[in-house]
Design a protein around this ligand. Structure first.
Ligand code: NDP
Ligand code: MG
Length: 382
């Protein structure tokens, strides 16, 4: 039976991971969240983990009181999350924390020899070299949960990794603003940006999908996961979100993975790999779908994809810098303090201040994070 340490259990991916665990009877050894006491209390009562952690100290104390009738041990702070990631009894740590806060727990889990199922893409973008080096050193597998990367991973199965691989094509839904002009984007609101056409997700990634920064993050994520150069990765807008990504071999043979837009399938495959089991995802009916469409992305109107491509080409701390600047700009937009089109502008301007180092440490990533957040706020006058 699979045993899972689940980080970010109260979020969109966390809840869907628990759907999968409920369906297949997987044992949940640890649950973590930031402060959502109500949801995590219910999850503890249902799944009976040995450990649970909330980053927020006050919320953790509240939780301790609420579940004192149970044997669960309640921890707090990011150290509590790291403990759940690395010391709890799961053989797999599924990381669905949002943002680069997930980096340290990922590293701790890898160093403890846990297989990682990774939804938290910011981990690989901010600390790709640290994470992949640690995984190699500890002989730990990083299994993608992100649907595009799960698709590529599935397409590559059965052929020697990277053998004759020529190109990776990431599909993008295009988000709610596909087809809009730069001028039209000046006036969009938070409510408009939160209306994703095909996926229901947490707020941060929904805004990243509207700016297309999410596809830039995914490009960097693919560079680290599949050990390819950024120039080998193309992006295609595919509004129906049925083709989850494609790979192309040197003979121009293209292989794709298809399915309905339902994260429970990539979540489940990251847990059951290399096995497959029935999943709650609806069977694909191509007659019902009828047509699939593909478009070239509008790189001028949505500059975030190139911001990320250029950052990974520059290397070192640049990917961390653009990720952290985006985390802050995304938050300021959600707080109503900046406009939608301020997001790419602030990221580009802040990233100019990056103090780059090709061989960076975890502290360098944290320093870059603080610097970028400060610069974004300064440049936005907030
Ligand atoms: P949500 O915002 O829905 O959930 C985030 C989770 O992380 C919650 O459990 C939250 O706890 C916890 N959390 C928030 N801040 C911190 C912190 N500083 N330290 C520790 N835990 C924290 O996000 P999603 O589930 O949408 O996304 C999670 C990750 O998965 C992201 O990296 C996203 O890019 C990626 N992803 C998501 C997809 C989706 O369909 N949602 C698809 C592909 C990738 P609390 O509830 O207490 O705030
Ligand atoms: Mg994705």
């Amino acid at each position: 039976m699979k045993r899972i340490n689940l980080l970010g259990s109260t979020g969109s991916i966390g809840l869907q991971t628990l759907d999968v665990a409920r369906e297949h009877g997987y044992k949940i050894e640890a649950l973590t969240a930031y402060s959502n006491v109500d949801i995590i209390e219910n999850q503890i009562r249902e799944f009976k983990p040995e450990y649970a952690a909330l980053v927020d100290e006050k919320a953790a104390n509240d939780l301790k009181q609420r579940v004192k009738d149970l044997p669960v041990k309640i921890l707090s702070g990011i150290e509590g999350v790291s403990f759940c990631a690395s010391e709890a009894k799961g053989d797999i740590t599924l990381n669905s924390v949002v943002g680069m806060a997930g980096l340290k727990p990922t590293l701790d889990a890898i160093n403890a020899g846990k297989t990682i199922a990774l939804a938290n893409k910011e981990t690989l973008v901010a600390g790709g070299k640290l994470v992949t080096d640690a995984a190699k050193k500890n002989n730990v597998a990083i299994l993608p949960v992100d649907s595009e990367h799960s698709a590529i991973f599935q397409c590559l199965l059965g052929s020697p990794r990277n053998h004759a691989l020529k190109r990776i094509v990431l599909t993008a839904s295009g988000g709610p603003f596909f087809g809009k002009t730069k001028d039209e984007l000046e006036k969009v609101t938070l409510a408009d940006a939160l209306k994703h056409p095909s996926w229901s997700m947490g707020q941060k990634i929904t805004i990243d999908s509207a700016t297309m920064f999410n596809k830039g993050l995914e490009l960097i994520e693919a560079v680290w996961l599949f050990d390819v150069s950024p120039d080998m990765i193309d992006i295609v807008v595919h509004r129906e979100s049925i083709v989850h990504s494609l790979i192309e071999y040197s003979d121009n043979s293209v292989i794709a993975q298809l399915g309905h837009p339902d994260m429970r399938l990539p979540i489940q495959f990251a847990i059951t790999y290399p096995d497959r089991f029935p999943s709650p995802e609806k069977q694909l009916d191509l007659w019902e779908i009828g047509n699939l469409s593909f478009y070239k992305p509008d790189y001028e109107t949505f500059p975030c994809m190139d911001i990320c491509r250029n950052a990974i080409k520059k290397g070192g701390l640049y990917p961390a810098a653009v990720n952290c600047a985006n985390e802050e700009a995304n938050l300021l937009f959600r707080q109503g303090k900046i406009s939608f089109t301020d997001i790419p502008r602030l990221i580009s301007e802040a990233a100019e201040y990056t103090e780059n180092k090709p061989d960076y440490t975890l502290d360098d990533v944290y320093n870059t994070d603080s610097l970028m957040r400060e610069k974004v706020r300064e440049l936005a006058n907030v």
